[in-house]
Design a protein around this ligand. Structure first.
Ligand SMILES: [Zn+2]
Ligand SMILES: [Zn+2]
Length: 249
């Protein structure tokens, strides 16, 4: 027996991450809050409307929204930005290529007849721009920005903690539409196949609309992905190109 002092181990670092979603607005958009209950800080993805409900959800989670990180600037994803900011002074992050869409929000809302003749309040300009390979983080939550143009020029996805927030780029069994201004089908499929499919198969996908899925399920069943892979002569399980994506370590 040794009389050496017992070796001690550091307290295990436990990341108490919680993700909750809320379906908001006329377009049934999924707003997500990813928070760390230890630090009490959170990132809100795409506050599309119903800012009060989003803030209430965050307070139920025991977290405060410090950052608003937007997947893109379509109006169904931005109408709650001002309300969430007014509650918590959260910084608003967006890819610069979607600035024109953001600044046209009130006009788009009027054109779509969403306002009943009322003026929709224009969302604020972003506090910071985000781009590929950057990180967005609050205490205890870290997400990597993946620029995924195709649905809009400035569309991005956020990846971290085993979860991909895919905005309107990738949906369960579908993809975001590419027929709106700035949309480009080839670009969208390249974003999905060459970037998103490089992430681990078990990644949970939380999209901007409809149900959650996983990358494994989309790789195996998404008809748009299967068609693109077939056109390229690629097998569904094959990761061919690094696609410029810098994988988080
Ligand atoms: Zn959209
Ligand atoms: Zn949308």
């Amino acid at each position: 027996m040794s009389d050496q002092p017992q070796e001690t181990v550091d307290e295990p670092f436990v990341n108490e991450i919680e993700v909750r979603g809320l379906i908001v607005g006329a377009f049934q958009e999924n707003c997500w809050v990813i928070g760390n209950r230890r630090s009490g800080e959170a990132i809100c993805i795409d506050p599309g409307e119903q800012a009060d409900d989003i803030v209430h959800m965050a307070s139920e989670m025991g977290v405060t929204i410090k950052l608003i990180a937007n997947s893109h600037a379509h109006l169904d994803h931005v109408l709650g930005v001002r309300g969430v900011q007014s509650d918590s002074d959260a910084q608003f992050l967006l890819h610069e290529a979607d600035l024109d869409i953001l600044r046209g929000t009130a006009e788009s809302a009027a054109r779509l007849g969403l306002t009943g003749g009322m003026q929709v309040e224009q969302p604020p300009d972003p506090d910071h721009y985000i781009d590929d390979a950057q990180k967005v983080e609050v205490d205890g939550v870290e997400l990597h920005v993946i620029h995924t143009p195709g649905h809009t020029r400035g569309s991005v996805c956020f990846y971290g903690h085993g979860v991909l927030f895919s905005g309107d780029t990738l949906f369960k069994q579908s993809i975001g539409r590419t027929d709106l201004p700035g949309g480009d089908y080839q670009q969208e499929m390249s974003s999905i196949v060459d970037k998103l499919l490089m992430l681990p198969d078990e990644t949970i996908v939380l999209p901007g609309h409809m149900d959650q899925t996983t990358l494994a399920a989309e790789r195996a069943q998404n008809p748009f992905i299967l068609q693109t892979l077939a056109q390229r002569g690629q097998q569904p399980g094959e990761r061919r190109s690094p696609g410029g994506l810098i994988l988080p370590n």
